[in-house]
Design a protein around this ligand. Structure first.
Ligand code: CO
Length: 290
């Protein structure tokens, strides 16, 4: 329990620190690296690569190894970060509006707050979904239906249950002490995401023998460093050169040893998406609130 509370606290602090850095003209990668260093300074490890997904990109966009961009006026930036303390996780997100989209930001925030008000042992997943859906549609937006909150477990970022962002009629009840993250997304578009480009976010999914040396060394390194938590291609540059990274990752992906996540864009490419997220221990505490 202590580790879950500590992970949540650090995640909350890093979120508040990070959101102030998201400014017009700031480098996406520099802000990402500052937030990730901050998490280390606060005594946490990364539960997954810090993500800042912009405009119609709903999630899973982390800074790429070889590419960067600056935030622009009008951007809607979702900062989503995770902290691990011995595998216990705090997962939290906030949206920073660099334009005129206050109402969209409010929609996901209101949805999260209302969901947190009804969460207790016995609340059903469908009830949470309905509350989120009502708050978002009330302000004229759509909840993203094929993204949801999730259970958290040691070294597991996405476990059962799936917490819907709409009323799916699920009568599964929350239990006391369960660790979950609730994350409503509000969209000006279709309310559906698709799987987009490779994200450079990887996760070890199946350890087995592999002949290629670079692949073998990367597998060993990520197994020790991240276990079953997602990591970014960026982190490999601490240990490996670019050729080793390229050949190693290719082989590990082909063998099914590593899974690479896709970026998650709204199907409507002209849309804007906002997100808010907290982690909690049901019946005990919202761990990422500070
Ligand atoms: Co989450």
């Amino acid at each position: 329990m202590k580790d879950w509370i500590k992970a949540g606290e650090i995640a909350g602090e890093a979120r508040e620190f990070g959101k102030k850095l998201i400014r017009i003209g700031a480098s996406h990668k520099e802000v990402t690296e500052k937030i990730e260093s901050k998490i280390g300074e606060l005594g946490g490890k990364l539960a997954f690569p810090t993500q800042m997904s912009v405009n119609h990109i709903a999630a899973h966009y982390t800074a790429l190894l070889d590419k960067d961009f600056n935030f622009e006026e009008g951007d809607v930036v979702k900062l989503d970060l995770g902290v691990s303390i011995n595998g216990a996780i705090g997962d939290t997100a906030v949206t920073v509006d660099l334009g005129n989209n206050e109402k969209l930001v409010k929609a996901s925030r209101n949805a999260l707050n209302s969901a947190l008000e009804i969460v207790k042992p016995g609340t059903t997943l469908g009830e949470i979904g309905r509350t989120i859906q009502e708050e978002i549609t009330k302000l004229g937006f759509k909840p993203i239906r094929n993204l949801g909150g999730h259970g958290l477990d040691k070294y597991q970022i996405h476990t059962e249950p799936t917490i819907p962002n709409y009323d799916n009629g699920d009568e599964t009840k929350l239990k006391k002490g369960q660790k979950i993250a609730i994350e409503p997304f509000a969209s000006t578009g279709s309310g559906m995401i698709s799987e987009g480009n490779p994200s450079e976010i990887y996760q070890l999914s199946h350890v087995k023998n592999i002949r290629l040396q670079s692949a073998r060394e990367i597998m060993k390194y990520v197994g020790e460093e991240f276990k079953t938590l997602p990591f970014s291609k960026r982190y490999l540059i601490r240990k490996f050169n670019k050729l080793q990274i390229a050949t190693g990752l290719l082989a590990l992906k082909r063998e099914g040893i590593l899974h690479e996540y896709g970026v998650l864009p709204e199907r409507d490419k002209t849309s804007l998406v906002s997100q808010a997220e907290h982690s909690l221990i049901v019946g005990e505490k919202v761990t990422t609130k500070i």
